[in-house]
Design a protein around this ligand. Structure first.
Ligand SMILES: [Zn+2]
Ligand SMILES: [Zn+2]
Length: 182
């Protein structure tokens, strides 16, 4: 019995050594090839469709990022583009820069009422000024004038406030807007 038990333990020990040898060697070889087989097709599959849609939104965000802070502000509530010459290609939109003093006072007018103020005309090139029937010496051509209205505020009321804020005012009651200049 003892001999058989000893032989059995030797057999088991030898077998376990063999198993260790087999699993120690085979797993090392058998694990690598599956990884290589799995890794290779994975990039091919993901590279064709899943990765492309992911790259497009990522590249779209940086594009919209710089575009957001791009608009130049004339003042707190007005974009400079609102004062742009609105001719149909007679100029590049900016025959003159808007007078900063005028921009500040229009902003003050807007803040006085706490209501949106709509700029209907800012700077004008010679051609646009002629189109709209502006006088030859129009302050619009120098960026020193603007036409505007404030929905909900009467022209006379708006004109008086604009005067109080230091602007020269020409009210157009029939058309519903005022011309302001500095
Ligand atoms: Zn123009
Ligand atoms: Zn005007």
């Amino acid at each position: 019995m003892k001999y058989k038990k000893t032989a059995l333990w030797i057999f088991l020990a030898a077998g376990s050594v063999g198993l260790v040898f087999i699993f120690g060697a085979v797993p090392g070889k058998s694990v690598v090839p599956p990884q290589a087989e799995i890794v290779q097709p994975a990039p091919e599959q993901t590279g064709q469709k899943p990765e492309l849609p992911q790259q497009e939104p990522e590249s779209a965000e940086p594009e919209s990022g710089p575009a957001a802070p791009a608009p130049e502000m004339a003042s707190a509530h007005f974009e400079m583009a609102e004062y742009r010459c609105d001719c149909a290609g007679l100029c590049d939109g900016w025959p003159a820069r808007m007078n900063p003093v005028l921009l500040e006072r229009i902003e003050a007018l807007r803040e006085y009422y706490g209501l949106p103020v709509v700029i209907t005309s800012g700077v004008r090139c010679e051609g646009r000024n002629t189109e709209v029937g502006g006088v030859a010496w129009s302050f619009h051509k120098r960026g020193d004038a603007a036409d505007l209205y404030c929905p909900g505020v009467a022209v006379g009321d708006l004109a008086q406030t604009a005067k109080d804020l230091g602007m020269n005012v020409l009210p157009y009651y029939a058309s519903g807007y005022i011309h302001v200049e500095v």
